[in-house]
Design a protein around this ligand. Structure first.
Ligand code: ZN
Length: 290
């Protein structure tokens, strides 16, 4: 079978772009997060992508296996994605040894030519192992947990012309830089360049799915506008986790088992709310994907 027919992240995002809805690609830091993400997806009958940062692979090495097992056992389509993998040799090792369905090969800390060359080579390596790949065009400003290389570099906006180069590099998902940034937005809030986003989607012309990074502080309205502009994969972190952090801060003195249970419940509700906003609730069942 072809990679397209068997790769879970590809199946989930192909269906999302066709159906014009967004899929949450949520960062998990621990097993409670994974548990809540999967329960929310099953409750809402929604597809989902669980994401880990490369830092999780050394910080909590068993987490990737817990996430893979939870995704496999779920009654809805759930894939496992590695976000912002920036180390060339480490990516090859990960592709050889860990159960990711897709990997973001983020070479955006290199200048464009080298970025493209390394992206194409890693894409080939991953594809040969059944793993689909995401890349960043231009450079999204700001840093995230454990992603140290891009934090100090200046952002570069993606042009529709950049898109051709990355399509030639063969990536499956494209994360453009359109005024979105990693980390928290200032008092004005996020103000992505929607015309640029629409232009990039048009330039992609169905050849790769469109991904949005830097969604902290996004409103439901802005998220929906981005779906209309063509985004199918929404990388989310604090957007969905904030209610869980608030709960933990306020309740840390309760017995640990109670904190775990109630924390999971709070996070399930947050995830379900955003699945409804993204329009992924009730979308293709596992059967329809095969
Ligand atoms: Zn990102």
């Amino acid at each position: 079978m072809t990679r397209r027919a068997t790769n879970k992240t590809l199946q989930i995002l192909d269906a999302a772009e066709k159906g014009r809805y967004g899929v949450l690609a949520a960062i998990a830091y621990n097993v409670e997060h994974i548990t809540a993400f999967v329960r929310a997806a099953e409750n809402r009958k929604s597809p989902l992508i669980i994401q880990l940062f490369p830092s999780a692979l050394t910080q909590t090495p068993s987490l990737v296996h817990a996430a893979a097992a939870a995704a496999r056992a779920a009654s809805v389509p759930i894939s496992l994605h590695l976000d912002h993998a920036q180390d060339y040799d480490q990516i090859k090792e990960i592709a050889d040894t860990l159960p990711f369905d897709s990997i973001m090969v983020d070479m955006s800390h290199y200048e464009k030519e080298e970025n493209l060359e390394r992206t194409a080579s890693l894409r080939e390596y991953c594809h040969a192992r059944g793993i689909s790949t995401e890349a960043e065009t231009g450079r999204i400003e700001g840093g995230e947990d454990g992603i140290m290389d891009t934090g100090d570099l200046e952002g570069i906006l993606t042009s529709p012309e950049d898109v051709e180069d990355f399509i030639r590099a063969g990536v499956d998902y494209l994360a453009p830089s359109v005024g979105n940034l990693h980390g928290d937005y200032g008092p004005k809030g996020p103000q992505p360049d929607m015309d640029r986003l629409r232009g990039i989607f048009k330039a992609l012309n169905g050849r790769a799915r469109l991904v949005l990074h830097g969604t902290n502080d996004f409103s439901p309205e802005l998220s929906k506008a981005c779906i209309e502009a063509g985004v199918s994969k929404f990388n989310v972190n604090k957007l969905v986790l904030d209610p869980w952090y608030d709960y933990i801060r306020a309740n840390i003195n309760k017995p640990i088992t109670q904190v775990i249970d109630e924390g999971i419940e709070v996070l399930i509700q947050s995830m379900e709310r955003w699945m409804d906003i993204m329009g992924s609730s009730g979308k293709p069942s596992k059967g329809e994907h095969t």
